[in-house]
Design a protein around this ligand. Structure first.
Ligand code: KIV
Ligand code: ZN
Length: 385
């Protein structure tokens, strides 16, 4: 089964989340955990953007051994030189050079003609290739670029030495069908396309970043970029843990795997949430606190009879301890009795009946019943009889 490479940009695009500012030790701790998680590539930062970023990238490059370390650079010699200074001690250094190819970015932001953009892209990839063994080129705003021009740029940068070409949906505008078509178009119209990995980089402005990334895989992408917990600029980036688990659970459909160590997911998510201050919503897929919680009586009863009735992923797969049956007003007797027994009580039928009635009365006053509440009820009932 073909393997998709996972490129993590939590420390670069993820750090562009408004309000997030990580210091060097925090970045290093995250980088180490991303290595344990089995990331293929880790984008440590944008060294030309500040001295702090340069030093953090340098430290990460010197520490991380199995994951390739890369850094962002504009298509400028000075940025590439600075990135090389920061990355040269890495075991597997790579560079990530980007330049926009959409009409709106070329005209208003870069103030360059398409011919000038093509020339700069080729010159800067050639320049970067003199230092770095692996050069990735990103055509910023690829999804709003004209496909024939984009194909021309892709072919030229591969000829110049790029072995990874990224086609970002920079503003999160593409639909899965459109995004997939862009990859299929490159496969069909770029003669040297097999010499490079095609990479997908999706933003979540319309909530389609993960679906777009999967569409890219279905159309020939061999590398996926994103962040853990989906943090990032504006609405964020594609959540890598969601893509990795989707590939694993639906391998029958996607026929691709990854190197990701899935049981490290929860730990990585919690660490990043703690250090960035970006709380993970309870209902977030894969890593939210409620992702494996079952509140309704019917679901709880089904779960206790056979977990696969309502659970397609086991919590253990992603490093969570156990399925969480949340006891609330919709919970049934089966879940209640089970939890009371797990707390160590051996109540008789009559005691269980009384305890269950008291539990139900409490749910009218409290949304979620804790183990402490159950303990108090069960102990009280037991000592009374
Ligand atoms: O979203 C984007 O286009 C980027 C590039 C720098 C790759 O983050
Ligand atoms: Zn981005």
């Amino acid at each position: 089964m073909a393997q998709i490479k996972f490129f993590d940009t939590t420390l670069r695009d993820g750090e562009q989340t408004p309000g997030v500012n990580l210091n060097k030790p925090e970045k290093l701790e995250i980088a180490r955990q991303l290595e344990r998680l089995g990331m293929d590539v880790l984008e440590a930062g944008f060294p030309a953007s500040s001295e702090g970023d340069f030093l953090a990238v340098q430290e990460i490059a010197r520490t991380i051994k199995t994951t390739a370390v890369t850094a962002l650079a504009r298509a400028k010699q000075s940025d590439i030189d600075t990135a090389w200074e920061a990355l040269k001690d890495a075991e597997h250094p790579r560079i990530h050079v980007f330049l926009a190819t959409s009409p709106i970015h070329m005209e208003y932001k870069l103030k360059k003609t398409p011919e000038e953009v093509l020339q700069t892209a080729v010159e800067m990839v050639t320049y970067a290739k003199e230092r770095f063994p692996i050069v990735q080129f990103s055509a910023e705003d690829a999804s709003r670029s004209e496909l024939p021009f984009l194909a021309q740029v892709v072919e030229a940068v591969i000829d110049a030495g790029a072995t990874v070409v990224n086609l970002p949906d920079t503003v999160g505008y593409a639909t899965p069908a459109e995004y997939g078509r862009m990859f299929a178009y490159m496969k069909e119209h770029v003669p040297n396309i097999e010499k490079a990995d095609l990479s997908a980089h999706c933003h979540d402005d319309l909530g389609m970043a993960v679906a777009n990334s999967i569409a890219a895989i279905e159309n020939g992408a061999t590398q996926i970029e994103g962040t853990v917990n989906g943090i990032g600029e504006r609405a964020g980036n594609a959540a890598l843990e969601e893509i990795a688990v989707a590939l694993h659970i639906r391998k029958d459909t996607y026929q691709h795997s990854s190197r990701m160590v899935l049981h490290e997911i929860k730990r990585t998510s919690s660490l990043i949430s703690k250090l960035t201050g970006m709380t993970v919503p309870g209902n977030k897929a894969i890593v939210g606190d409620n992702a494996f919680a079952h509140e309704s009586g019917i679901h709880q009863d089904g779960m206790l009879k056979h977990a696969e009735t309502y659970e397609i992923i086991t919590p253990a797969l992603v490093g969570m301890n156990a399925t969480n049956l949340v006891l609330g007003k919709h919970s049934g007797r089966h879940a209640f009795n089970t939890r009371v027994a797990e707390l160590g009580f051996g109540l008789s039928e009559t005691q269980l009946q009384e305890a269950f009635e008291r539990f139900k009365r409490l749910t009218d006053k409290k949304k979620e019943i804790t183990d402490d509440d159950l303990f108090t009820i069960a102990l009280d009932v037991q000592t009374k009889h």
